[in-house]
Structures are given as structure tokens and as C-alpha cells.
Design a protein around this ligand. Sequence first.
Ligand code: ATP
Length: 351
Amino acid sequence: MSGLILENVEKHYGSACAVTDVNLHLPEGKLVCFLGPSGCGKTTLLRMIAGLETLTGGEIRLDGEDIGNTPAHLRNFGMVFQSLALFPHMTVGENIAYPLKLRGVSKAEQQTRVVELLELIQLQQMIDRPVAKLSGGQRQRVAIARAIANHPKILLLDEPLSALDAKLRESMQVEIRQLQQRLNITTIMVTHDQREAMTMADIVVVLGEHRVQQVGTPIEIYRHPANEFVADFIGSGNIFPATALGNGKVSLPGGDALQVPICSSILVGEKVKMLIRPEDLQLSAPQATAGNRLLGKVTFVRDIGATIETTVECSGVSFTALSTPCQGIGLSIGHPVSVTLPVEACRVLGA
Ligand code: ATP
């Protein structure tokens, strides 16, 4: 099978587990994000793929070939680290040419490739500038150009944008994504920023507690989180307890019943965790309780211009709803309000 395959990959440091039970198929030409909280094993996994860390179990195959014992420099993978690791005393051109020089590429070919790459990253005028005199975003582009100079099979990025301020980071996310699509290069990026993963990735691998929690497109992961960990880590959500009543109904802590999508594996009386995203909750003027429309009371309002977050206490649960000013709800603390939880927006979360 083509692409990169990880089978039962694990890494232990002595008795401590860094990552375990990783089974992934990363198809060619896609941008895959390893996303998860600090310490869950993202970097370790990336470094094992790069050949910078040995595996304590499992196998890594590229286009059918076991590469577990192939030294890093023979894998022909490009890598950009968080620190970028550019040579500050060298010019932009020298930095980009460096990996070509190591490979014994002729001076003339180095020159051609450097010019080509500078055009790609739109820094044509800066070939002779020392990297120390570049802006953060420009340095970022040089690091990427250097990583792809040798036409690597895979590009590995370890939190490459974490040192940039929020605005530059957002524009670099788009820039890297466009470059990756233009080159059609298989790319794996480590990030702990879920917004970054959602913006850039074709496939998101959510890691937590040293193992893969879910693999899917950004929208699958957002809309159909596999469990409470993923639901909580991706986006903001209302996660609340409920008790299964049967026939696709659950009861809330305050006693109200909710119709939810039927989940056949759940037994009557079972305690479950539910999710509804803030943008799916509908607030309206108070009306009698009916179906999934419940009565509640506003406890907090946060108006941040483009959106309004309203917290509502309802049947023993504190829900946050997201609306826009043009929806004209105009609620303030203490107001009674009706809260509708559309059936299709309610998710019963797996254990
Ligand atoms: P972060 O986002 O903070 O960089 P991460 O998800 O990339 O975290 P890793 O750096 O892969 O996590 O670390 C995974 C686990 O392995 C952590 O508990 C870490 O302490 C442990 N670990 C990593 N490297 C070593 C090492 N050389 N020796 C011992 N334990 C290690």
C-alpha cells in the first residue's frame, strides 16, 4: 500500500510510556496534523517517523518498505523544528543551499534550485541577506525552503509556528497550506493548537494519554468526536451528564427529558455524557417546555462584538450558546429564556 503506514508503533523510555498502540495510514499528498495536549507523545511520534528516535515496538512502512531501521539521513524527509534551526551567520541563499551541498549537488545546480525555491517562497530579493536580519515570517519561509530543497518524500513540521504572534501565525498557516497543496507533498505537522489543525489539515490525528483517540477530517472530528476527550479538546462544547431512558431519550440532571439520536449500545438507566456545540443551541423568548425546548435562565452574557456568548442555567446544566448580534436576542443576566437542543445536534459520547 502506498503512503506511510504505522503499525502498533510504541515508544517507552524505561517504564514510562511516551506513545503506544499507534496504527495509522497517512495517504500521499495530504497534510496530516498530530494534535493533542502537551506531553501526549506528538513529537515522539514525529521523531520516530523522522528516524531521530528508535521504536520500542511496531513498524513504520513507506510505500510498502519497512523503514524502521533506515537512518534519518537516508529517509529523505524534510524537517522544520520549532526553533527553525537556521544558521544565523549564513545568508538566506547559503541556508537553503546547505542540504544540497551536504548531498554533493554541484554549485551550478545548487544555484538553480535556490533561485527556484526563493521564487516559491517569494523572497527572491533576499538571497544575500543574513537570516538574522529577517522577520519571523520570512525566517519561517526560509526554514521550509531549506527543508524541501532536496525534494523530500515527506515534510515533517514540529510546531513550526509556535514562536510567531497570533496574526502572523494565521497568515503563515494559510501560506504553508497553499505551498503544501501546490507541491502536493505529504506533510505531517505537530501542533497543540486545535484551530491551527482545523485550518490546515486534510486529516487530523488526535492524540491524548499517549495514544490515538481519533483520526478523521477536521469536520468529522468536530461534528462526530469519538469520545469525551476529543469533544473537549476540539472546539468549545457543552459536555453534560444525562441518564438513558430508552427509545432515544435521556433525562437531564434537573429531570427534563431530551430526544437524542438513538445509540443502540446504551442501556436504559446508563449514565452517559452528552455534547452539544454552542452554535447549535437555539435561544428564544420563553415559551412552555415542549420536545427539546426547555426553559432556563440567563446567568452570564459575554458580548465580544462579532459573537455573543450567553450562559444559560437549564435543567441542572449550565449551557453556553453562541449567537451573532444580527440574531437580535438581546438577553441579559436573570432573563428567562427558552433553549432548544436540536435532536441531530446532540451527541451521546463514547467512553
Ligand atoms: P509537547 O506538546 O509538550 O511538546 P508532546 O505531545 O510532543 O508534548 P512528547 O515530547 O512526545 O510529547 O513526550 C511524550 C512523553 O514522553 C512525555 O511524557 C515526555 O515526558 C516523555 N519523554 C519524551 N522524551 C523523553 C526522554 N528522552 N526521556 C524520557 N521521557 C521522555
